[in-house]
Ligand binder design. Structure first.
Ligand code: SIN
Length: 336
């Protein structure tokens, strides 16, 4: 167990704010709220205890609900995190973010930011103005994790609901409950209770300082779309993605990333035309195995291994900045 870092001079932590429900304010007289309505200064002001564990420096990178997160903001965030962490005196970075797409942003940063220092994403399920808002404690815990030297070298982390997750493993699994984040495959990175850390085993897959995508800043990403499979699916959506210029396509297949005959024929044609086809699964868990019911070797397909469709899309975009060779792309899915 590790106690919150508290010294006469607490560590410097850069807070990069992007919005989300953690910065949400309820609309007057209604059940609704606007994500990203409050400034990062307002969020910090609600947690005066932060001053004892970190010297916070804030930067408002965006003020959006994370449904509006996109590749342009990812690239900006990566650049800001990269620049901050290159400062020798800076101990870590905390990013406030909506929970809806936090897993994608976290996994992207996990692959492109070349630093062993802690990078922690944090959000909340209840807006800041709601009864029993979860944001203030989540923010306190996130800063405590980022400020703690033992959190280094574990890749990008996500903190919420007293849990510390690896960005690669975490998935949002519930629409509204505060315990929405689950580690779908390899377990939790640890727990954090009122700033006290309990860290578990470090991650096995490559990340941050060990990622080939972190060597040089990524400046542009190719178009990759996701198509969701279902009983009775046709080929039209796959063909439309190819016509729209997708360089890669992730299929959220049924079961072990399976597709019916019509969808399989469309994907095979796309692969022959040079579009990278990744088979992921809509099940929410498990490994997509190669060559079980789909002849991947013959068709030139890639299996997503453990990555859900939205994370497979992130890795495929980055992979396509290096290669279009299915075998080389498959190797990335076994490494990251
Ligand atoms: C969002 O992702 O911005 C809205 C939902 C949330 O933050 O919980």
């Amino acid at each position: 167990m590790a106690t919150p870092a508290s010294s006469p001079t607490p560590p410097r932590i850069r807070l990069l704010a992007t919005g989300g429900t953690i910065a949400g304010a309820q609309t007057v007289g209604g059940r609704g709220y606007q994500a990203g309505a409050l400034s990062i200064e307002a969020l910090i002001g609600a947690v005066p205890q932060l001053a004892a564990i970190a010297r916070l420096e804030v930067e408002q990178v965006a003020a959006i609900g994370s449904q509006d997160m996109d590749e342009a903001v990812w690239l900006k965030l990566a650049a800001r995190a990269r620049a901050a962490l290159a400062e020798p005196e800076l101990a870590g970075v905390v990013i406030t973010h909506g929970t809806d797409t936090m897993e994608e942003t976290g996994y992207f940063l996990n692959l492109v930011v070349p630093s062993a220092k802690p990078i922690v994403l944090v959000g909340a399920m209840r807006p800041a103005t709601e009864i029993s808002a979860d944001g203030p404690m989540n923010l306190y815990n996130a800063v405590a994790v980022a400020a703690h030297p033992e959190a280094a070298g574990r890749g990008v982390l996500v903190v919420a609901n007293d849990e510390i997750h690896f960005a690669r493993e975490v998935a949002k699994t519930n629409t509204t409950q505060v315990g929405t984040f689950k580690a779908t495959h390899r377990g939790l990175a640890g727990l954090v209770h009122a700033g006290r850390l309990h860290l578990y085993a470090p991650p096995v897959r490559r990340h941050t300082a060990g990622s080939e995508f972190a060597v040089l800043p990524v400046t542009a990403l190719p178009r990759v779309d996701i198509v969701y499979a279902y009983a009775g699916m046709g080929r039209e959506l796959i063909d439309a993605a190819v016509r729209a210029g997708a360089k890669g396509l992730v299929v959220a297949g049924v079961g072990d990333g399976n597709l019916n005959a019509a969808a399989l024929a469309a994907c095979a044609a796309a692969a022959r035309a040079g579009v990278a086809i990744v088979r992921s699964s809509r099940t929410g868990g498990g490994v997509v195995e190669r060559n079980l019911e789909v002849p991947d070797d013959e068709l030139g397909f890639i299996a997503a291994d453990e990555l859900n469709p939205q994370k497979a899309r992130v890795l495929l975009m980055l992979g396509l900045t290096r290669t279009a060779d299915p075998a080389a792309l498959q190797a990335l899915f076994f490494a990251y």
